[in-house]
Design a protein around this ligand. Structure first.
Ligand code: PSU
Ligand code: MN
Length: 285
């Protein structure tokens, strides 16, 4: 069976207990149903792996969010040298997946340019520019400056395909009103773009953006208000660095009465289904 990479930071930092386990179960089932084997990337007591679930005790430590640090690409080597448990972000997952020959990766929202501090730009963006993996997402997380994130992706030469959408999805919301240059409507088209991309010798990633399922997408006004409040809270608490994104996601969840968590789970499942279908399609001639 073809493989579909999943990140572990969404389980260890992005989602609370018990929703992180629900996300894992739903993403795993969706990948299998689509014909792909899910492979969770992580650093386990210093060893990088693309199969966290093969070590059930380790997987439980990640789900308990216990002593597990958030690891982006720049942190991988240090985490290994210190024999730490590391939950991999989009960037670190891309690196481990590509090293293991896994072409497709499904996640929730990628990191991007932060609203309060435009110099705080997720390592996900530069990794997308240099590592050849298809990343299926629901856009960049709503807590970010989405138009600026799209501009940076353009500058970095990252191809962004809207899957059945002409506009940038807003992670918690289906549409942001920001136009996307390119749209595809089938898994076949995505596979054809990927083959052309590889034939050109391009080494960048390919972003596929799918809006969150309509039934669970949130209203833009609700999300905007929650994000504004969350940003104010983060400013007061002086949150910095890698802690910013998990802090904002948790604050938005509180301020939407956990509606944002329902949306997050639902889009993770949908993205695992699409990613699994792309992986299965690529495995056929
Ligand atoms: N998508 C989610 N929840 C998450 C993340 C993505 O639905 O928690 C994680 C990913 O691992 C992503 C990271 O790479 O947040 C971005 O963090 P930062 O902005 O610090 O780069
Ligand atoms: Mn950052």
């Amino acid at each position: 069976m073809p493989h579909l990479a999943l990140e572990s930071s969404v389980f260890a930092q992005g989602l609370p207990i018990p929703e992180n386990r629900e996300a894992l179960t739903r993403m795993t089932s969706a990948a299998h149903a689509a014909g792909a084997t899910p492979r969770i990337t992580a650093v386990v007591r210093g060893s990088p792996t693309t199969d966290l679930a093969a070590d059930p005790a380790a997987l439980e430590r990640f789900l308990a969010r216990d002593g597990v640090r958030k690891v982006s690409t720049r942190d991988l080597a240090l985490c290994m040298a210190q024999h730490g448990d590391g939950a991999t972000t989009v960037a670190a997952t891309m690196h481990l997946a590509a090293s293991d020959g896994i072409d497709v990766f499904a996640t929730g929202g990628i990191g991007g340019v932060h609203r309060d501090a435009p110099f705080d730009e997720s390592g996900d963006l530069v990794e997308l520019a240099r590592t050849p993996v298809i990343v299926v997402c629901a856009g960049a997380k709503s807590i970010l400056d989405l138009p600026a994130t799209l501009e940076r992706l353009e500058t970095l030469g990252v191809t962004v395909l809207g899957y059945r959408t002409n506009t940038l999805p807003g992670f918690f919301t289906a549409h942001t009103g920001v136009s996307l240059a390119d749209r595809v409507d089938s898994v076949e088209e995505i596979a054809a773009v990927w083959r052309a991309h590889r034939a050109l010798g391009r080494t960048a990633g390919l972003l596929v953006m799918q809006p969150p399922p309509a039934a669970d997408a949130l209203d833009a006004a609700l999300v905007d208000a929650a994000v504004e409040d969350a940003l104010a809270e983060a400013r007061t608490a002086r949150v910095r660095g890698g802690a910013v994104t998990p802090f904002l996601l948790a604050a938005v969840a509180r301020r939407t009465n956990n509606q944002s968590l329902r949306t997050n789970l639902s889009l993770l499942e949908a993205n695992a289904a699409l990613g699994g279908a792309i992986a299965a399609r690529l495995a056929r001639p």
